[in-house]
Design a protein around this ligand. Structure first.
Ligand code: FA5
Length: 352
């Protein structure tokens, strides 16, 4: 090959390589370009081999030109590579960008159930009056749920219609219909003075309406000591009402019958839904019954080995959902077990 021809091929190759490089837009294309022109099997390397075909006098100058072109193309290649890498990094930064100024997403947190909140509050109120909070079994025997509470076997409360009976074959096993069985359990375990409250779930085979559930919660209270009187009971319930409902809510005691107290009363609060005017919640009476109460029957004390000649006591059993209804003006008891988050989350602010 003549030197002129070599130089013209070299110039063409340089032009073609530079043109081609301007069309390269990504790192992969750039690698192909490198292989094609300046790689170990590229066109420029072939030109080095062609040097051998030139006259020996022409070779040094041709070699110098060739090296010049190689250096120039390599420099252009490296510049382009730096540019493309910077572009790729910038694009990645943009696509992976995190806006640290965006407000955080609020995780959905639960809150305590209103019944749990009320149980906590009742425990605090009664603790200040000297009462300890204890818990008892929800599955009870007939002996504790009825017999020891002076409820004879022919009493209507034992009837299949309001008791959920678990087992009639052996000993009578029931879902407790009230928290009063804990009166007997506590008095069997501890001797006077006794001051306890017992919050817990109770079950009745009962039709539901705005103020009745088949599963609800009660708060039992029991105080046994020498010289406990009816006025102590009234004072305690009056203080409870003052703490829960404020000083203006009216309360009412009326004579009532429960086999395990004598005398017995029912304890009512003027209805917070209608302000005592009468509505479907209070069954038009203006009052909603919160619980039953009375002086512990001498037969109950004797049944658990406490001498009724020495000791007296009072007991009460309050409906916890009913207390909540009057406290917050809730017009349907079914909301508590209804699992509607809109209702339940209303109590979030009260959760500590
Ligand atoms: C009792 O359960 C007695 N053990 C209370 C008692 C205890 C009396 C100690 C004397 C001494 P009663 O069935 O009335 O009584 O229920 C007490 C309270 O539980 C009611 O006043 C009411 O507030 C609530 N309650 C009763 N039945 C339901 C029901 N189906 N749904 C919601 N709350 C109810």
């Amino acid at each position: 090959m003549q030197r002129a021809e070599f130089e013209s091929q070299l110039n063409e190759l340089k032009d073609a390589a530079e043109r081609s490089l301007t069309g390269v837009s990504g790192l992969e294309d750039l690698q192909s370009w490198e292989r094609e022109y300046i790689g170990s099997k590229g066109s420029l390397t072939l030109m080095f081999r062609a040097l051998g075909g030139l006259d020996s006098a022409d070779r040094p100058e041709a070699g110098r030109l060739l090296n010049q072109v190689k250096q120039s193309l390599t420099a252009t290649f490296e510049n382009r590579e730096t540019e493309l890498k910077a572009g790729a990094t910038a694009a990645r930064l943009v696509s992976e960008a995190v806006d640290v100024t965006l407000p955080g997403r609020q995780p959905q947190t639960g809150n305590a159930h209103p019944v749990s909140l009320m149980i906590d509050e009742l425990s605090e109120i009664f603790a200040l009056m000297g009462f300890q909070t204890v818990f008892g079994p929800e599955v009870e025997t007939g002996r504790y749920n009825f017999d020891l509470l002076n409820i004879p076997s022919d009493h209507p409360a034992r009837d299949v219609w309001d008791t959920i009976i678990m087992d009639t074959l052996s000993e009578e096993i029931v879902l407790r219909t009230h928290t009063s069985p804990m009166q007997a359990r506590v008095m069997e375990e501890s001797k006077p003075p006794v001051r306890v409250i017992v919050p817990g779930r109770v079950y009745r085979y009962e039709a539901q309406d705005a103020s009745h559930e088949w599963m609800f919660h009660q708060l039992e209270g029991l105080a046994v000591d020498s010289n406990i009187r009816m006025s102590d009971l009234k004072g305690v319930l009056q203080e409870l009402a003052r703490q829960l409902f404020g000083p203006t809510r009216r309360i009412r005691f009326r004579c009532d019958f429960f086999p395990f107290v004598e005398p017995g009363v029912d304890f009512a609060v003027d209805c917070a839904i209608c302000n005592g005017k009468g509505c479907r919640v209070c069954k038009q009476s203006g009052w909603l019954e919160m619980g039953g109460a009375g002086m512990v029957h001498p037969r109950v004390l004797a049944g658990v080995g406490i001498d009724p000649e020495v000791y007296t006591g009072f007991a009460f059993g309050l409906g916890i959902e009913r207390l909540l209804m009057m406290r917050y003006g809730i017009s349907d008891i079914r909301a508590f077990a209804g699992n509607d988050l809109r209702f339940l989350s209303e109590f979030a602010a009260l959760t500590v």
